[in-house]
Design a protein around this ligand. Structure first.
Ligand SMILES: C[S@@+](CC[C@H](N)C(=O)[O-])C[C@H]1O[C@@H](n2cnc3c(N)ncnc32)[C@H](O)[C@@H]1O
Ligand SMILES: *[C@@H]1O[C@H](CO)[C@@H](O)[C@H](O)[C@H]1NC(C)=O
Ligand SMILES: *[C@@H]1O[C@H](CO)[C@@H](O)[C@H](O)[C@H]1NC(C)=O
Length: 315
Protein backbone atom coordinates (compact mmCIF):
# COMPACT_ATOMS: atom_id res chain seq x y z
CA UNK A 1 0.00 0.00 0.00
CA UNK A 2 2.77 2.43 1.02
CA UNK A 3 4.66 1.61 -2.17
CA UNK A 4 1.60 2.35 -4.21
CA UNK A 5 1.02 5.73 -2.56
CA UNK A 6 4.69 6.62 -3.04
CA UNK A 7 4.54 5.65 -6.69
CA UNK A 8 1.44 7.75 -7.28
CA UNK A 9 2.92 10.73 -5.46
CA UNK A 10 6.21 10.61 -7.30
CA UNK A 11 4.53 10.33 -10.68
CA UNK A 12 2.39 13.34 -9.80
CA UNK A 13 5.52 15.29 -8.91
CA UNK A 14 7.12 14.23 -12.18
CA UNK A 15 4.14 15.47 -14.14
CA UNK A 16 4.18 18.81 -12.38
CA UNK A 17 7.92 19.17 -12.92
CA UNK A 18 7.54 18.28 -16.59
CA UNK A 19 4.77 20.80 -16.93
CA UNK A 20 6.92 23.51 -15.33
CA UNK A 21 9.82 22.70 -17.62
CA UNK A 22 7.75 22.81 -20.76
CA UNK A 23 5.86 25.90 -19.83
CA UNK A 24 9.05 27.87 -19.20
CA UNK A 25 10.36 26.64 -22.51
CA UNK A 26 7.09 27.57 -24.13
CA UNK A 27 7.18 30.97 -22.51
CA UNK A 28 10.71 31.76 -23.57
CA UNK A 29 9.37 33.90 -26.39
CA UNK A 30 9.08 37.41 -25.05
CA UNK A 31 5.69 38.17 -26.51
CA UNK A 32 3.95 35.06 -25.30
CA UNK A 33 5.47 35.42 -21.84
CA UNK A 34 4.13 38.94 -21.55
CA UNK A 35 0.69 37.86 -22.68
CA UNK A 36 0.65 34.88 -20.35
CA UNK A 37 1.63 36.91 -17.29
CA UNK A 38 -0.87 39.63 -18.26
CA UNK A 39 -3.62 37.06 -18.31
CA UNK A 40 -2.66 35.58 -14.94
CA UNK A 41 -2.32 38.83 -13.03
CA UNK A 42 -5.44 40.13 -14.71
CA UNK A 43 -7.56 37.30 -13.44
CA UNK A 44 -6.23 37.59 -9.90
CA UNK A 45 -6.60 41.34 -9.80
CA UNK A 46 -10.17 41.20 -10.97
CA UNK A 47 -11.07 38.52 -8.44
CA UNK A 48 -9.91 40.68 -5.58
CA UNK A 49 -11.77 43.71 -6.76
CA UNK A 50 -14.99 41.76 -7.14
CA UNK A 51 -16.61 40.49 -10.29
CA UNK A 52 -18.78 43.54 -10.98
CA UNK A 53 -15.62 45.45 -11.97
CA UNK A 54 -15.62 43.40 -15.17
CA UNK A 55 -18.58 45.39 -16.50
CA UNK A 56 -17.74 48.95 -15.51
CA UNK A 57 -17.21 51.70 -18.05
CA UNK A 58 -16.44 55.37 -17.52
CA UNK A 59 -19.08 56.76 -19.85
CA UNK A 60 -17.62 60.27 -19.55
CA UNK A 61 -14.61 59.01 -21.50
CA UNK A 62 -16.71 57.60 -24.34
CA UNK A 63 -17.26 59.77 -27.41
CA UNK A 64 -20.60 61.58 -27.69
CA UNK A 65 -21.82 59.16 -30.35
CA UNK A 66 -21.10 56.07 -28.23
CA UNK A 67 -22.29 57.33 -24.86
CA UNK A 68 -26.05 56.90 -25.47
CA UNK A 69 -25.68 53.43 -27.03
CA UNK A 70 -23.56 51.88 -24.27
CA UNK A 71 -25.39 48.94 -22.67
CA UNK A 72 -24.57 48.18 -19.04
CA UNK A 73 -24.15 44.42 -18.57
CA UNK A 74 -23.83 42.53 -15.30
CA UNK A 75 -22.95 39.08 -13.99
CA UNK A 76 -26.10 37.17 -14.88
CA UNK A 77 -27.11 33.57 -14.26
CA UNK A 78 -25.67 32.23 -17.53
CA UNK A 79 -22.27 33.70 -16.69
CA UNK A 80 -22.42 32.37 -13.12
CA UNK A 81 -23.24 28.88 -14.40
CA UNK A 82 -20.16 28.95 -16.64
CA UNK A 83 -17.98 30.12 -13.73
CA UNK A 84 -19.35 27.45 -11.38
CA UNK A 85 -18.77 24.73 -13.95
CA UNK A 86 -15.25 25.98 -14.62
CA UNK A 87 -14.36 26.09 -10.92
CA UNK A 88 -15.72 22.56 -10.53
CA UNK A 89 -13.76 21.24 -13.53
CA UNK A 90 -10.47 22.79 -12.46
CA UNK A 91 -10.81 20.83 -9.23
CA UNK A 92 -10.81 17.45 -11.02
CA UNK A 93 -7.17 16.63 -10.34
CA UNK A 94 -6.72 13.56 -12.53
CA UNK A 95 -8.26 15.22 -15.59
CA UNK A 96 -6.22 18.37 -15.06
CA UNK A 97 -3.00 16.35 -14.74
CA UNK A 98 -3.84 14.47 -17.91
CA UNK A 99 -4.53 17.74 -19.78
CA UNK A 100 -1.42 19.31 -18.40
CA UNK A 101 0.75 16.35 -19.42
CA UNK A 102 -0.74 16.07 -22.91
CA UNK A 103 -0.46 19.79 -23.62
CA UNK A 104 3.17 19.81 -22.47
CA UNK A 105 3.83 17.05 -24.95
CA UNK A 106 1.97 18.63 -27.87
CA UNK A 107 3.21 22.17 -27.28
CA UNK A 108 6.45 21.17 -29.00
CA UNK A 109 4.76 21.24 -32.38
CA UNK A 110 1.17 22.46 -32.03
CA UNK A 111 -0.47 25.79 -31.24
CA UNK A 112 -2.25 26.27 -27.92
CA UNK A 113 -5.56 26.64 -29.75
CA UNK A 114 -5.12 23.33 -31.57
CA UNK A 115 -4.13 21.50 -28.38
CA UNK A 116 -7.27 22.77 -26.64
CA UNK A 117 -9.29 21.65 -29.66
CA UNK A 118 -7.72 18.22 -29.55
CA UNK A 119 -8.26 17.76 -25.82
CA UNK A 120 -11.70 19.40 -25.91
CA UNK A 121 -10.82 21.76 -23.09
CA UNK A 122 -10.36 25.48 -22.51
CA UNK A 123 -13.84 26.44 -23.70
CA UNK A 124 -14.56 30.13 -23.85
CA UNK A 125 -17.50 32.26 -22.77
CA UNK A 126 -18.37 35.66 -24.25
CA UNK A 127 -22.06 36.23 -23.53
CA UNK A 128 -25.11 34.43 -22.17
CA UNK A 129 -28.22 34.03 -24.38
CA UNK A 130 -29.85 36.94 -22.51
CA UNK A 131 -26.83 39.20 -23.04
CA UNK A 132 -26.75 38.30 -26.76
CA UNK A 133 -30.46 39.10 -27.13
CA UNK A 134 -30.12 42.38 -25.31
CA UNK A 135 -27.26 43.48 -27.54
CA UNK A 136 -29.14 42.67 -30.75
CA UNK A 137 -32.42 44.00 -29.26
CA UNK A 138 -34.27 40.77 -30.05
CA UNK A 139 -36.57 38.52 -28.03
CA UNK A 140 -35.95 34.87 -27.10
CA UNK A 141 -38.25 33.75 -29.96
CA UNK A 142 -36.56 35.85 -32.68
CA UNK A 143 -35.54 33.78 -35.72
CA UNK A 144 -33.47 34.56 -38.77
CA UNK A 145 -32.01 32.70 -41.71
CA UNK A 146 -28.20 32.62 -41.79
CA UNK A 147 -25.49 33.06 -39.17
CA UNK A 148 -21.80 33.14 -40.06
CA UNK A 149 -19.44 32.73 -37.09
CA UNK A 150 -15.88 33.59 -38.13
CA UNK A 151 -13.08 32.00 -36.09
CA UNK A 152 -15.64 29.98 -34.14
CA UNK A 153 -13.14 28.07 -31.98
CA UNK A 154 -14.73 24.92 -30.53
CA UNK A 155 -18.25 26.26 -31.22
CA UNK A 156 -19.26 26.74 -27.58
CA UNK A 157 -19.92 30.45 -28.19
CA UNK A 158 -21.69 29.64 -31.50
CA UNK A 159 -24.06 27.46 -29.47
CA UNK A 160 -25.34 30.53 -27.59
CA UNK A 161 -26.37 32.23 -30.86
CA UNK A 162 -27.44 29.19 -32.90
CA UNK A 163 -31.05 28.77 -31.59
CA UNK A 164 -31.95 31.98 -33.48
CA UNK A 165 -30.86 30.74 -36.92
CA UNK A 166 -31.91 28.15 -39.50
CA UNK A 167 -28.47 27.75 -41.09
CA UNK A 168 -25.21 28.10 -39.20
CA UNK A 169 -21.92 28.57 -41.04
CA UNK A 170 -18.55 28.70 -39.29
CA UNK A 171 -14.90 29.18 -40.21
CA UNK A 172 -11.77 28.11 -38.34
CA UNK A 173 -8.06 28.09 -38.94
CA UNK A 174 -7.19 25.24 -36.57
CA UNK A 175 -7.87 21.70 -37.82
CA UNK A 176 -8.62 20.29 -34.37
CA UNK A 177 -11.18 23.07 -33.81
CA UNK A 178 -12.74 22.18 -37.18
CA UNK A 179 -13.25 18.62 -35.87
CA UNK A 180 -15.04 20.01 -32.82
CA UNK A 181 -17.24 22.17 -35.08
CA UNK A 182 -18.12 19.27 -37.39
CA UNK A 183 -19.02 17.21 -34.32
CA UNK A 184 -21.53 19.95 -33.41
CA UNK A 185 -22.98 19.74 -36.97
CA UNK A 186 -22.11 23.28 -38.06
CA UNK A 187 -21.39 23.94 -41.75
CA UNK A 188 -17.68 24.63 -41.93
CA UNK A 189 -16.52 26.96 -44.72
CA UNK A 190 -12.90 27.47 -45.76
CA UNK A 191 -11.27 30.72 -44.66
CA UNK A 192 -11.06 31.81 -48.31
CA UNK A 193 -14.47 30.42 -49.28
CA UNK A 194 -17.07 32.30 -47.19
CA UNK A 195 -16.45 35.55 -49.11
CA UNK A 196 -17.59 34.02 -52.44
CA UNK A 197 -20.43 31.61 -51.71
CA UNK A 198 -22.98 34.05 -53.18
CA UNK A 199 -24.90 34.03 -49.85
CA UNK A 200 -25.76 37.02 -47.76
CA UNK A 201 -25.72 36.54 -44.01
CA UNK A 202 -28.25 38.02 -41.57
CA UNK A 203 -25.78 38.03 -38.70
CA UNK A 204 -22.01 37.70 -38.85
CA UNK A 205 -20.18 37.15 -35.58
CA UNK A 206 -16.51 37.92 -35.33
CA UNK A 207 -15.63 37.21 -31.73
CA UNK A 208 -12.10 37.71 -30.51
CA UNK A 209 -10.73 37.18 -33.99
CA UNK A 210 -9.55 40.60 -35.24
CA UNK A 211 -6.50 40.52 -32.95
CA UNK A 212 -5.70 36.90 -33.90
CA UNK A 213 -5.74 37.03 -37.70
CA UNK A 214 -3.27 38.32 -40.27
CA UNK A 215 -5.61 40.68 -42.16
CA UNK A 216 -8.13 42.31 -39.80
CA UNK A 217 -8.79 45.32 -42.07
CA UNK A 218 -9.49 43.14 -45.10
CA UNK A 219 -11.65 40.88 -42.94
CA UNK A 220 -13.85 43.82 -41.89
CA UNK A 221 -14.36 44.86 -45.52
CA UNK A 222 -15.15 41.29 -46.54
CA UNK A 223 -17.73 41.01 -43.77
CA UNK A 224 -19.35 44.18 -45.07
CA UNK A 225 -19.55 42.72 -48.58
CA UNK A 226 -21.43 39.54 -47.59
CA UNK A 227 -23.68 41.04 -44.91
CA UNK A 228 -27.37 41.52 -45.75
CA UNK A 229 -27.25 45.27 -46.57
CA UNK A 230 -30.26 46.58 -44.58
CA UNK A 231 -31.27 44.28 -41.71
CA UNK A 232 -27.86 42.56 -41.45
CA UNK A 233 -25.78 43.00 -38.28
CA UNK A 234 -22.24 42.16 -37.22
CA UNK A 235 -21.55 41.24 -33.61
CA UNK A 236 -17.91 41.79 -32.88
CA UNK A 237 -15.87 41.20 -29.71
CA UNK A 238 -12.33 42.35 -29.19
CA UNK A 239 -9.98 41.93 -26.24
CA UNK A 240 -8.64 45.24 -24.93
CA UNK A 241 -5.99 46.52 -24.49
CA UNK A 242 -5.42 45.65 -28.14
CA UNK A 243 -2.45 43.27 -28.53
CA UNK A 244 -2.59 41.77 -32.02
CA UNK A 245 -0.62 38.59 -32.61
CA UNK A 246 -1.20 35.47 -34.69
CA UNK A 247 -0.67 31.89 -33.57
CA UNK A 248 1.26 29.80 -36.08
CA UNK A 249 2.09 26.26 -35.00
CA UNK A 250 3.58 26.79 -31.54
CA UNK A 251 4.84 30.31 -32.39
CA UNK A 252 3.43 33.84 -32.19
CA UNK A 253 3.77 36.18 -35.16
CA UNK A 254 3.00 39.82 -35.85
CA UNK A 255 -0.03 40.24 -38.16
CA UNK A 256 0.63 41.39 -41.72
CA UNK A 257 -2.02 44.17 -41.59
CA UNK A 258 -2.04 46.89 -38.94
CA UNK A 259 -5.38 47.98 -37.51
CA UNK A 260 -5.05 51.57 -36.27
CA UNK A 261 -6.20 51.41 -32.63
CA UNK A 262 -5.10 54.35 -30.51
CA UNK A 263 -5.37 55.28 -26.84
CA UNK A 264 -4.54 53.35 -23.68
CA UNK A 265 -7.73 53.09 -21.62
CA UNK A 266 -10.56 50.75 -22.56
CA UNK A 267 -12.83 53.71 -23.38
CA UNK A 268 -10.20 55.45 -25.54
CA UNK A 269 -9.51 52.30 -27.55
CA UNK A 270 -13.26 51.79 -27.99
CA UNK A 271 -13.61 55.35 -29.37
CA UNK A 272 -10.81 54.73 -31.82
CA UNK A 273 -12.29 51.37 -32.89
CA UNK A 274 -15.53 53.12 -33.87
CA UNK A 275 -13.44 55.03 -36.46
CA UNK A 276 -11.83 51.81 -37.71
CA UNK A 277 -15.30 50.28 -38.21
CA UNK A 278 -16.51 53.41 -39.96
CA UNK A 279 -13.65 53.15 -42.48
CA UNK A 280 -14.84 49.62 -43.26
CA UNK A 281 -18.44 50.77 -43.86
CA UNK A 282 -20.07 50.18 -40.45
CA UNK A 283 -21.64 52.27 -37.70
CA UNK A 284 -21.76 51.12 -34.09
CA UNK A 285 -25.35 50.46 -33.03
CA UNK A 286 -24.73 49.11 -29.51
CA UNK A 287 -21.76 48.43 -27.31
CA UNK A 288 -21.01 46.80 -23.96
CA UNK A 289 -18.16 45.64 -21.75
CA UNK A 290 -17.97 41.95 -20.85
CA UNK A 291 -15.40 39.59 -19.35
CA UNK A 292 -14.07 37.06 -21.87
CA UNK A 293 -13.88 33.91 -19.77
CA UNK A 294 -11.86 30.78 -20.36
CA UNK A 295 -12.07 27.51 -18.46
CA UNK A 296 -9.22 27.07 -16.02
CA UNK A 297 -6.56 24.45 -15.44
CA UNK A 298 -4.81 23.05 -12.39
CA UNK A 299 -3.40 26.48 -11.50
CA UNK A 300 -6.45 28.72 -11.91
CA UNK A 301 -10.20 28.24 -11.66
CA UNK A 302 -10.70 30.30 -14.80
CA UNK A 303 -9.02 33.05 -16.83
CA UNK A 304 -10.44 36.47 -17.62
CA UNK A 305 -9.75 38.94 -20.38
CA UNK A 306 -11.46 42.26 -20.96
CA UNK A 307 -13.78 42.34 -23.98
CA UNK A 308 -15.46 45.19 -25.83
CA UNK A 309 -18.52 43.86 -27.66
CA UNK A 310 -20.02 45.87 -30.54
CA UNK A 311 -23.10 45.53 -32.73
CA UNK A 312 -22.37 46.99 -36.17
CA UNK A 313 -24.83 48.07 -38.83
CA UNK A 314 -23.82 48.66 -42.46
CA UNK A 315 -23.82 52.33 -43.56
C1 LIG B 1 -9.40 33.63 -29.57
S1 LIG B 1 -10.17 32.41 -30.58
C2 LIG B 1 -11.87 32.91 -30.50
C3 LIG B 1 -12.84 31.75 -30.50
C4 LIG B 1 -14.31 32.14 -30.30
N1 LIG B 1 -14.79 32.95 -31.42
C5 LIG B 1 -14.47 32.90 -29.00
O1 LIG B 1 -14.82 34.09 -29.02
O2 LIG B 1 -14.26 32.31 -27.93
C6 LIG B 1 -9.69 32.88 -32.22
C7 LIG B 1 -9.87 31.76 -33.21
O3 LIG B 1 -9.74 32.26 -34.54
C8 LIG B 1 -9.09 31.29 -35.34
N2 LIG B 1 -8.54 32.01 -36.50
C9 LIG B 1 -7.40 32.69 -36.62
N3 LIG B 1 -7.30 33.27 -37.84
C10 LIG B 1 -8.45 32.94 -38.51
C11 LIG B 1 -8.95 33.24 -39.81
N4 LIG B 1 -8.28 34.00 -40.67
N5 LIG B 1 -10.15 32.74 -40.16
C12 LIG B 1 -10.86 31.99 -39.28
N6 LIG B 1 -10.43 31.68 -38.05
C13 LIG B 1 -9.24 32.14 -37.66
C14 LIG B 1 -8.11 30.64 -34.40
O4 LIG B 1 -7.79 29.33 -34.81
C15 LIG B 1 -8.86 30.66 -33.06
O5 LIG B 1 -9.53 29.46 -32.82
C1 LIG C 1 10.67 42.06 -24.02
O1 LIG C 1 9.73 43.07 -24.31
C2 LIG C 1 9.77 44.21 -23.46
C3 LIG C 1 8.66 45.15 -23.87
O2 LIG C 1 7.52 44.47 -24.27
C4 LIG C 1 11.15 44.87 -23.57
O3 LIG C 1 11.22 45.97 -22.68
C5 LIG C 1 12.25 43.86 -23.25
O4 LIG C 1 13.50 44.45 -23.47
C6 LIG C 1 12.08 42.61 -24.13
N1 LIG C 1 13.06 41.61 -23.72
C7 LIG C 1 13.76 40.88 -24.57
C8 LIG C 1 14.65 39.88 -23.98
O5 LIG C 1 13.63 41.00 -25.79
C1 LIG D 1 -22.88 28.86 -8.25
O1 LIG D 1 -22.27 28.41 -7.06
C2 LIG D 1 -22.64 29.15 -5.89
C3 LIG D 1 -21.77 28.70 -4.72
O2 LIG D 1 -21.48 27.34 -4.78
C4 LIG D 1 -24.15 28.94 -5.65
O3 LIG D 1 -24.56 29.65 -4.51
C5 LIG D 1 -24.91 29.43 -6.88
O4 LIG D 1 -26.30 29.18 -6.72
C6 LIG D 1 -24.41 28.76 -8.15
N1 LIG D 1 -25.07 29.44 -9.26
C7 LIG D 1 -25.46 28.84 -10.38
C8 LIG D 1 -26.18 29.70 -11.37
O5 LIG D 1 -25.24 27.66 -10.63
Amino acid sequence: MKVFVCAVLSSLLCLVALRKMWSSRYLRSNLSRTLYTNMMSHSQLLCWEGNQQWYLCDKEKLSEVLRPIFIQSYLDQGTQTFLNRSIEKSGWLSIQLYHSFMSSLFSMFMSRTSINGLLGRGSMFVFSPEQFQRLLKIGPEWKSHRLLDLGAGDGEVTKVMSPHFEEIYVTEMSQTMIWQLLKKKYRVLNIDEWQNTGFQYDVISCLNLLDRCHQPVTLLKEMRSVLEPTRGRVILALVLPFHPYVENGGKWEKPSEIMAVSGTFWEEQVNSLADVFHEAGFVVEALTRLPYLCEGDMYNDYYVLDDAVFVLRPV
